[in-house]
Design a protein around this ligand. Sequence first.
Ligand code: ADP
Ligand code: ZN
Ligand code: ZN
Length: 734
Amino acid sequence: MPRLYLQVALPVPLRKTFDYRMPAGFPHRPPVGARVKVPFGSRELLGIVTHLSDHTDSPEDKLKTARVLLDPVPVFPPELMELLQRAAHYYHYPVGEVFDAALPALLRQGDDLFENMVHWRLTKAGLSLDRVALRNAPKQLTAWEGLQLHGEHGMSEDFLTHMGISRDSLNALARKGYAETFGENQQHFSHPRFQLAEAPLVPNAEQKHAIDAIRQQLGRFQPFLLEGVTGSGKTEVYLQAVEACLHRHRQVLILVPEIGLTPQIVSRFRARFATDIALLHSGLTERERLKAWRRAFLGHAGIVIGTRSTLFTPMPHLGLIIVDEEHDLSFKQQEGFRYHARDLAVMRGQLQDCPVVLGSATPSLESLGNARQGRYTHLPLKERAASAQPPEIKLIDLRGQKLRNGITDAMHRAINLRLQHDEQVLVFINRRGFAPVLLCHACGWQAKCPRCDARTTLHRDPVRLHCHHCGFSERPPMQCPSCQSLELKAVGAGTVRVEEGLKELFPKAEVHRIDRDSTRRKDSWQNLYDHVEKGTAAILVGTQMLAKGHHFPNVTLVALLEADSGLMGADFRAGERVAQLITQVAGRAGRAHKAGLVLLQTHQPEHPLLMQLLQGGYSAFADTALQERKLLGLPPFGYLALLRAEASAPELALQFLQEAVTGGQGLGNEPEFWGPIPAPMEKKAGVYRAHLLLKSDHRPRLHHFLDPWLPLVAKLPSAKRVKWTLDVDPQETA
Ligand code: ADP
Ligand code: ZN
Ligand code: ZN
């Protein structure tokens, strides 16, 4: 029999796998996708078996021996192995680190895959055995000694393997009647069970068309773009598609932007289905996360709902994938392994032969592009389901207006009117780029972060200046450091200031602030939400958080105090993001039987983007934006990769990127190089950052270029003086 070597992916920043010898005591063919512990330099690392091979390129004397096999079955079944390896290749990220990112932390640290691991103990015969009986079997003797330590209580097999005792020697002892296993071993896989807990709604024609289309494709790969304005009944389409999938004893994977902020979608699934629903989100302890993960892994959970990384949860009977709010930026991992969960969801659907439903009121231009080219089936929901009226959007010209606490007279009157009718008003602040800055009224000095090209933000309770880019914080000065004037003023409006301003202008109204600070405690958000849901007159003040899928049935006016800062963003997606934000926020108004009004204060009322949104809604905006992108060859008509570099001096980062450009010449398939240029915020946390954008009009060609180019880039002499990363399909290029 040929000797087999293990190929192991390890969490190290090297784009390769490593070969190991198998120790005696390993099963003849360890499962591919299982975890192993191996020596690496002077350390021991946990890796994933990617391959068994009868051949190795490593010289015999360099080859080390693996230590412990942790899993009797793969942690990553074949289709997940394939997904993760493809993802590593597509994002040009070290495969071992990709596996690492996909594992729950406790499994990464070596916890048991199954909850009740097999336990071993000595039998009566074993307990009274004389050690000389085993003197010719040293391994069995060690195992017997190990078991002696814990007497009748026994110990888990996992623990024993940690002590270097192999299952083989334990089995040998068992055959002689000296040792036995005990304890329940719950490693059975099963299909999910479910019951309908409430009757489905009767779908309208558009919903029915969408539900039927998805149902017909169950068991096959097919991406869908479910485009429906807020309140059009997308969730009901999900629910009925999920029902059909559960009927086939298959599991459903649902990705959402942030569970903590959208508890409603979870409660609607709970209300509809009596089935095991596994939730995976950042609010869980690692122990809770592993428990939920196991239920998905074993096939018990019918529905698995979670954020971005939930995509990597093994599900043996996966039958449907849903990505809700597919345009949301939180699906893109912005550091380390920079993947896009929506794009990988489509890849996973392809590998597991199941439909993938991408839902949004404001789809990304990438998904719209795919729908228009026929790659995705487009399922539009144009009507609001519960016959609610679409909101009306109006602009208020800020130019030359007298403002009180950031509010024009027209806005003031509109808010007052709604409060008098016992309705709720939602005041939305686009806080990005609109934070309170400490400014000297005498000389114009502004409080800045010493480590970044950024202004610091003034916070209260306690009063401090904070840098939102690097975490720097300091006490504000008593007088201007530049001219010694005492006239220091906070300019710009954060949520706290707007809240105070509103309380001043509407002294009798209830004002609630909803942002990350006011909802940090787990229950505070729910309390606030329950309170608001009662629907008595109130003003709600909040940030981006409020744009995410909440139902506030008594909100009839949505006020955006400042729509401009987003319009001026440097990123080519700035327009798309503002259009999505405005449309999403507008969707909060008038959801039930009351018509909603959206008022936007702006300095640029004739801005083409705003005009289009007002006249034709998001889809009119998207048409024009797609034409523009086509003209410029930008996504979805072009393909981008962004090489970022940071260094202790500005020249170092730029020089490295320039050498990277030069190094790419003559490789073939060369993309267009845009840059290198300093990053828009060049200095951040004391380091200097620069960008090089690669653009190609052909996706495979871009990757054929990146494949040979990256190893060259890594070997550049200047690479040693910078920290660099590659971002494939970057979502933020500025
Ligand atoms: P979305 O997810 O698109 O924002 P929802 O699915 O939450 O929309 O639906 C909005 C409201 O309309 C909900 O209160 C829902 O119960 C109701 N609704 C959805 N579909 C129907 C239907 N077919 N008949 C009656 N009410 C519906
Ligand atoms: Zn000054
Ligand atoms: Zn800073």
